[in-house]
Ligand binder design. Structure first.
Ligand code: HPA
Length: 241
């Protein structure tokens, strides 16, 4: 019987690549694996948090769902970094636009994430530990986006613990301080990467805007998700073996 080194992922460490793409939705992991990877092999199905490894342009890349929110994403990121030898995690997901010049379908790359999460309290850091992206991943993702002619914004995002927030002023404050978008995982992922001495980056597709009623058609939504996935795959390839 397989001896799995962790509790929430049941896999042989050899079955997971050094680079993992990390969408929130496990079914998006499945679609991505089936659409873009050659010979995708399922390595995890515990709690239906599907994870696959396959080849992208000849190099091994994995893709696994993170679930929603800091507790779920950090649990899986911690296990991938610390028990499965994963070096880089690229979150791909949707975010709500905050800044007025961030438009639906834009790609936002998070250089840092402000947050109301207290996940980092466990580290007892004497001050505020700023969650930060890995610069080499960030630079490569920007190059990939520019080479593909995609509109991309780089800046701070807000990682919220509550999608339905009883104090919506937090969105106005976040906008006022120049944060580009709101989502629910990036700060936790960046802290996990820093604590584990690994790399992380969030590449986000703007699916809605908190200060505009405009909505995407399902085709536009699919197109922008595809842009985000292709930028992430290009970036992953550079860091894959
Ligand atoms: N809030 C939090 N997370 C999100 C949103 C939002 O408005 N849109 C997409 N992810």
């Amino acid at each position: 019987m397989l001896q799995s080194p962790s509790s929430s992922i049941y896999a042989d460490p050899e079955a997971i690549a050094k680079v993992v793409l990390f969408p929130g939705d496990p079914l998006r992991a499945k679609t991505l694996a089936e659409t873009y990877l050659e010979k995708p092999v399922l390595f995890n199905s515990v709690r239906n948090m599907l994870g696959y490894t396959g080849l992208y342009r000849g190099r091994r890349v994995s893709v696994m769902g993170s679930g929603m929110g800091v507790p779920s994403a950090t649990l899986y990121a911690h296990e991938l970094y610390n028990f499965y030898g994963v070096e880089s995690i690229l979150r791909i997901g949707t975010a709500g636009g905050l800044a007025s010049d961030v438009l639906l379908r834009d790609i936002v790359i998070a250089s840092t994430a402000s947050t109301n999460s207290h996940y980092c309290d466990q580290y007892a850091f004497p001050g505020l530990l700023a969650p930060a992206a890995d610069f080499s991943l960030l630079r490569r993702a920007v190059e990939a986006a520019e080479a593909a002619g995609k509109r991309v914004r780089v800046g701070g995002v807000f990682t919220t613990d509550s999608f339905y927030n009883a104090a919506p002023a937090v969105n106005e404050k976040s906008r006022d301080f120049g944060l580009l978008a709101v989502e629910m995982e990036t700060a936790g992922l960046y802290w996990e990467a820093m604590a584990s001495h690994k790399r992380a980056l969030s590449i986000l597709s703007i699916s809605d805007h908190l200060f505009s009623p405009e909505q995407l058609t399902s085709q536009e939504r699919q197109d922008s998700l595809r842009d985000m996935m292709e930028i992430a795959l290009d970036t992953a390839w550079t860091f894959a073996e």
